[in-house]
Structure formats: C-alpha cells, structure tokens
Design a protein around this ligand. Structure first.
Ligand code: APR
Length: 233
C-alpha cells in the first residue's frame, strides 16, 4: 500500500489567520470558562449566552482567510497520493483553503443541529438575526453542531482517525496542545505503530516527548522549513 501521511491540526494552525486559540497566550479559555460555554449543561441552562459566544466566534471566523500553513497542506495533499488532515478545529479553514481529505473530529461551527427534529444543516448567517436561532424546518431550538466537553466525537470521524493513525508512516502534529482526548491519543497510536512524529509548535506540548522531530516555530514557518528539508518542496 502507498505510504500514508497524516497531519493532526489544532487551533494553532489558524492563529495566523487571526482566530484565537483556546489555551496559552490570549487563549479563549483565559477570557471565558469552557464549562460555562462549551458543555451540554451550559447550553441547557442558558442557550442564549452560549449562542452569543458562538455568534461572536462565527463573526471572527467569517472574516478569517486560510493562511500559508493551510495552503501548504493543500499542496501536500496534491503532491502526495495518501495524505489526510485530521483536525480538531471547527473553523472550516482547511476546506476553505482547498483541502479535500479533511476529517473534522470536533464538528464545524457553520453546521447546526435541531434539538427537536434532529435536522442538521449549514447556517452561514452572520451575525445571527435571532439568538438562539430556530430550526428552519420545525422551529425548534438549534445548537451548534460541534463537540462539547463531555460529548462523544462523531463515530465515523473517530474510527477513521484511529485507523489512519495506526497505518501512517509520517504524522505531522501542527498547532495543538495535545491536551484534549481522544484527539490527543492519535500521535501516540501512530508512534506505537512505528510512525515518525513531527511536531510544529512554538511551545512545548504534551506531544513533544514522543516527537522524532520538533520544529519550535509557528505553523507557517515551521511547515515551510519541514517541507523544504524533508520533501524538497
Ligand atoms: N503556529 C503553531 N502553533 C501555535 C501558534 C502558531 N502560530 N500559536 C499558538 N500555537 C500553539 C500553542 O502553543 C498551543 O500548543 O497552538 C496550540 C493551541 O492549543 P489549544 O489552544 O489547546 O488548541 P487545541 O490543541 O486545538 O485544543 C484542542 O480543546 O478547547 C478544546 O475543542 C477545543 O478543539 C479544541 C481542543
């Protein structure tokens, strides 16, 4: 079988597009409390506040453009037969950049799900006219179709990610603190199966100790360096 290459991306790859990360300098969890915004309990208690926060994030993301790091991964997909991106990000910037083989582990901020009729569809309206927004089919309460703390990940996305991680020969870990599971397990699974782990992150993370190559740079510069050296891009 053709060699398989993977990239696991986190909020850090979108930082250079102006989207705040969750942890570290200027991270969202410094200004907001995840348990008050990104949990089913928080939403049940106060859907309006949770939606106000998502509407604010949707506005930031709607103005964000993919950066060079996203574009380099598009080029990698075009040049390698077997390359997949597994992303924890919900901003859709990999797809906006042109990547086709993207697995979204935590859902997508542009998708909504109705709590009454379970319909799921894309809603790009920004800013939202009505908060909380209502289902276009039944008028029921909508929620963001993203994975909140304590919720399980989409079954198919998770199964595929585990399978790919067990069979890859190179695993790029870009812009993630590796603090959230099960995404954080993937590099360890790949390592166990003999893959080469490359971390691109300006800071040390939970993955650093198992990385064969550590590039202490931002995503754009780090990817440029890696691709130039390893794959003579
Ligand atoms: N380039 C590369 N990495 C960067 C950059 C950059 N320009 N700026 C910051 N980073 C790194 C930080 O050093 C940090 O290690 O990106 C990482 C961001 O970590 P987190 O904010 O924890 O984001 P992430 O790892 O994606 O979080 C995982 O946690 O809150 C939940 O569901 C949310 O998907 C998210 C998950």
């Amino acid at each position: 079988m053709k060699e398989l290459f993977l990239a696991l991306t986190g909020a850090g790859i979108s930082a250079e597009s102006g989207i705040p990360t969750f942890r570290g300098e200027g991270g969202l969890w410094k200004q907001f409390r995840p348990e008050e915004l990104a949990t089913p309990k928080a939403f049940a208690k106060d859907p309006k506040s949770v939606w106000e926060w998502y509407d604010w994030r949707r506005r930031i993301i709607s103005k964000a453009e993919p950066n060079r790091a996203h574009l380099l991964l598009v080029e990698l997909e075009q040049r390698l037969e077997n390359f997949f991106i597994i992303t924890q990000n919900v901003d859709g910037l990999h797809q906006k950049a042109g990547s086709k083989k993207v697995i979204e582990l935590h859902g997508n901020i542009w998708r909504v799900r109705c709590l009454s009729c379970r319909a799921e569809y894309e809603l790009y309206e920004t800013p939202l006219k009505e908060i909380p927004p209502r289902c276009r089919y039944c008028g029921g309460l909508l929620r963001p179709a993203v994975v909140w703390f304590g919720e399980s990940l989409p079954e198919d996305a998770l199964t595929k990610s585990f399978e790919l991680s067990q069979n890859c020969s190179l695993f790029l870990v870009i812009g993630t603190s590796g603090m959230v599971y099960p995404a954080g397990y993937l590099p360890f699974i790949a390592k166990q199966r003999g893959a080469k782990i490359v971390e691109i992150n300006p800071e040390r993370t939970a993955i650093s100790d198992i990385a064969d190559i550590v590039i202490r740079e931002k995503a754009t510069k780090g990817l440029e360096q890696f691709l130039a050296k390893m794959l003579n891009f």
